[in-house]
Design a protein around this ligand. Structure first.
Ligand SMILES: Nc1ncnc2c1ncn2[C@@H]1O[C@H](COP(=O)(O)OP(=O)(O)OP(=O)(O)O)[C@@H](O)[C@H]1O
Length: 317
């Protein structure tokens, strides 16, 4: 499969005062193929949003490379990227469509906005393009004149999706696209996203806390922990045989309807492991950083990735 997105050694460090840097995204390397759906999972604060904001060029990286079909995007400042021709090629569906839509824009204005800016379309052709997008996303045309507060959660989600696909992106980043929706609406929106992907041939980077959804929708999964991709692999393989202790802990937390399949939930932390622990996949310092940092990932190896396994420095420089 040809790589559409090629991320290499991508890093974002934030200055958190007292001469300390927080490694929000810590030298991350992965690819997304054309037409592939890649899931990005990890606990709150592990760096998922920072990573997608780097890829979507809303944030400037500290170092590393973001190549889209061979074109380097990391060199350009986030502000300059907004007006760049490549802007249309990566679009994003945000977590809460209600929050991300401009309250002063009707649904039609919201969908038309990127087309006007990035495709320089106007007049009757713009209007018919907006109507076609409403049809594609199942938004009744009569709702196009409504403002976000006059739409249901599911309808706002459809507007957010129509807006994101309006300029025919090659890569769609979905940041918890159904987290703000009722369960029944979630299913409908996930089916719509699957259908659009097949119709339009896009690649998806799917960020989610819901591992059951990730298992169902994604070809491959990236597991992020403290700014690093600690494990990545084909979804079926990773869920059947998680190798990294953090992935195991994450999977053990998936609710199981079948009592026979329930296992005890694994938790990280507790006593430090022996420095001569024979299992190289287990961190010696879970929750007990030698530097005294509570969130340190010291000596946690990276598994099943293209990068060679190596020891991870303290999360705080
Ligand atoms: N502008 C910033 N300045 C300093 N630290 C930041 C900044 N933005 C994010 N961080 C820190 O970087 C780390 C990663 O944050 P990020 O929002 O990427 O996590 P996340 O995995 O997306 O979390 P969630 O799932 O809760 O959205 C966190 O420790 C966060 O506090």
């Amino acid at each position: 499969m040809t790589a559409l997105l090629d991320i290499a050694e991508l890093a974002k460090r934030f200055d958190v005062g007292n001469k300390r840097l927080l490694h929000a995204v810590d030298e991350v390397t992965f690819t997304i193929g054309r037409g592939e759906t890649v899931g990005l999972v990890g606990e709150s604060g592990c760096g998922k949003s920072t990573l997608v904001r780097l890829i979507n060029r809303l944030l400037d990286p500290t170092s590393g490379s973001i190549r889209l079909a061979g074109t380097e995007l990391a060199d350009m400042r986030a502000r300059a990227f907004a007006g760049n021709a490549n802007r249309a090629r990566i679009q994003m569906v945000f977590q809460d469509a209600g929050d991300s839509l401009n309250p002063r824009y009707t649904a039609a204005d919201a969908i038309a906005d990127p087309i006007r800016r990035l495709r320089k379309m106007s007049g009757a052709s713009l209007k018919s393009r907006v109507e076609a997008l409403a049809d594609m996303t199942g938004l009744p045309r009569e709702l196009l004149s409504r403002f976000p507060h006059q739409l249901s959660g599911g309808q706002k989600a459809r507007v957010g999706i129509a807006r994101a696909i309006a300029v025919e992106p090659e890569l769609l980043i979905l940041d918890e696209p159904t987290a703000a929706l009722d369960v029944s609406v979630q299913v409908v929106i996930l089916k719509l996203l699957q259908q659009l992907k097949h119709e339009l041939g896009m690649s998806y980077l799917f960020v989610s806390h819901d591992l059951n959804v990730v298992r169902l929708l994604c070809d491959r999964v990236l597991v992020m922990y403290l700014g690093k991709i600690v494990e990545s692999g084909p979804a079926a393989e990773l869920f059947a045989d998680p190798r990294h202790p953090y992935t195991r802990a994450l999977i053990s937390a998936i609710p199981q309807a079948d009592p026979d399949k329930r296992v005890g939930r694994l938790r990280l932390g507790g006593e430090p492991r022996s420095p001569i622990d024979p299992d190289p996949t287990v961190c010696r310092f879970y929750g007990r950083c030698p530097k005294g940092e509570p969130r340190c990932s010291a000596e946690m190896p990276v598994l099943r990735t293209v990068a060679p396994a190596r020891h991870v420095a303290c999360h705080f420089a």
